[in-house]
Design a protein around this ligand. Structure first.
Ligand SMILES: [Zn+2]
Length: 280
């Protein structure tokens, strides 16, 4: 392979952050935390292993995803409860916050809305940081395990990948056919999953999740949400997914209602203000 004479100099160019995020509107975490103290639990849903379940969280409510029984990874989809075309935008969330999310960071919605759907208010795995392999938890770099990739790579037809689990859960909840539900399923927040990119080949890797029963990730719902959570067939994702081989455990989703008086001064974010003329 021929290299130009100034190859070293070209590689030594300093990187620049694509989206400096110091102008992002910051969530009022102190307000959320005060509201959370008096919030009351109103519902809980248990997601069975290798299945998914839907839940609702209204704007101003909190939802918590907890590991129970054993280490388990969850694949999370979010939609605007009134408009499924507004859904979580993993790629733009990654561009704004980086590869993995934690407390104070937000799940952003698709164009043309591009507004915060949910803000992470508590993360018991915040201590993990970035490990020596470049791995961290709660990624927005993976997609969701799915039967199409399994068929492509191994010729398998496995039906309990997160993509299929989320499709069935959405179809059942909204009384849609599988064909009608499937296009709404999108790239996820990989809750509790420990992932990164290998330094040498840049490949997506996973390793055993550090999550233990009792660990949780909690969110403040910025808009009315329909959520779907799949208990990934990979279990803790230490070895493989897309099969029934791994030990799998349930996940618990709890919804907490806050007192509107405790959210005085907070407003559900409006859709993005771009004028949408696109140069015409
Ligand atoms: Zn999965």
């Amino acid at each position: 392979m021929h290299e130009p004479p100034d190859a070293t100099a070209r590689r030594a160019t300093q990187p620049v952050i694509c989206y400096p995020n110091h102008t992002l509107p910051l969530p009022d975490l102190a307000l959320y935390s005060a509201a959370r103290e008096r919030a009351v639990k109103i519902e809980e849903i248990t997601v069975p292993p290798r299945e998914a379940a839907c839940f609702n969280a209204q704007a101003g409510q909190f939802f918590r995803i907890t590991s129970v029984e054993g280490p388990q990874v969850g694949d999370l989809n979010l939609w605007n409860a009134q408009d499924l075309s507004e859904r979580f935008y993993s790629g733009k969330t990654r561009a704004l916050h980086g590869t993995h999310l934690t407390r104070g960071e937000r799940m952003w919605s698709s164009f043309p809305h591009l507004r915060p759907m949910a803000t992470i208010t508590h993360d018991t795995l915040e201590w993990y940081g970035m490990d020596a392999y470049g791995g961290s938890v709660h990624d927005v770099i993976g997609t969701r395990c799915d039967p199409y990739t399994g068929n492509l790579l191994a010729g398998t037809h496995y039906h309990h990948c997160c993509h299929s689990n989320l499709t069935r859960a959405l179809a059942d909840t909204l009384d849609l056919s599988l064909d009608a539900a499937e296009p709404h399923v999108h790239d996820v927040l990989n809750v509790f999953m420990c992932t990164g990119f290998t330094r040498d080949t840049g490949q997506y890797f996973m390793k055993a999740s550090p999550v233990r029963p009792g660990d949780y990730l909690e969110f403040f719902a910025e808009i009315d949400l329909l959520g779907a959570l799949s208990a990934c067939p990979g279990g803790d994702c230490s070895a493989e997914h897309s099969s029934d081989t791994a030990a799998c455990h349930p996940l618990l989703v709890e919804i907490f209602a806050s007192d509107p008086a405790d959210l005085r001064g907070w407003q559900s974010p409006a859709p993005n203000g771009y004028d949408r003329s696109h140069g015409r």
